[in-house]
Design a protein around this ligand. Structure first.
Ligand code: G3D
Ligand code: MG
Length: 199
């Protein structure tokens, strides 16, 4: 009897948890994005931009939407850390790839990095959201430019759910839409990547 009730109680109180990894080159705006997500969804001010230094190791943030928990992992972008990204692929439920839309000089590097992420066997069936960040800057590449550059690579995504959205992680524009897109895809992709359950 006790086990039956504890089982039921657990079922009622447990949350579905999904892991979302945030990837991209250093300086793309990953940590700023994570702090903005936290401030929008938790209603608490995130770290002010001047307090955000280069990420060493990982940053993590948990956001609850209804009875679902999204746990975001901001993996450091420095090149020497790219090798650890693949360790997270098999367990993640979605990938956010952040691009600095102001940095035309590093486009080739971004393309190589993006391609190596999406062609990794472990990300098979995982929704991928590309964010063209820093859209508040007038000279930033706009969506049509970004799509022109990345669409030829994105064809390799195959059946994966994917999308490109313009955002400003700094100002927050488009950030809620990005999380909403993820939420819908995570739910839809449960058969491929079931959530973990958490108290
Ligand atoms: P990272 O975690 O991907 O390495 P950060 O990147 O979040 O540390 O951001 C790198 C720099 O880009 C920071 O500037 C940050 O304020 C800036 N940045 C991030 N997102 C945006 C954005 O949407 N718009 C603009 N204009 N700037 C952004 P600093 O000057 O601190 O290096
Ligand atoms: Mg960082």
């Amino acid at each position: 009897m006790y086990t039956l009730f504890t089982g039921l109680y657990k079922q009622w109180t447990q949350k579905e948890e999904f892991y979302v990894i945030i990837l991209g080159l250093d300086n793309a705006g990953k940590t700023t994005l994570l702090e903005k997500i936290k401030s929008i969804f938790l209603g608490v001010p995130g770290l002010p931009p001047e307090k955000i230094g280069p990420t060493v190791g990982l940053n993590m943030g948990k956001v609850d939407i209804a009875s679902t928990r999204l746990t975001f992992w901001d993996l450091g972008g420095q090149r020497e850390l790219h090798s650890i990204w693949s360790k997270y692929y098999s367990e993640c439920h979605a990938i956010v790839f952040v691009v600095d839309a102001c940095d035309r000089e590093r486009l080739e590097e971004v393309k190589t990095s993006f391609e190596s992420v999406i062609t990794n066997d472990e990300v098979e069936g995982v929704p991928v959201l590309m964010l063209a960040n820093k859209q508040d800057v007038p000279s930033a590449m706009r969506m049509h430019e970004i799509k022109e550059v990345f669409n030829p690579i994105a064809v390799q995504l195959g059946a994966k759910d994917s999308k490109v959205l313009g955002v400003s992680a700094l100002k927050g524009d488009g950030v809620k839409d990005a999380v909403d897109w993820l939420f819908v895809r995570l739910q839809r992709n449960k058969v491929n990547r079931p959530p973990v359950f958490t108290a």
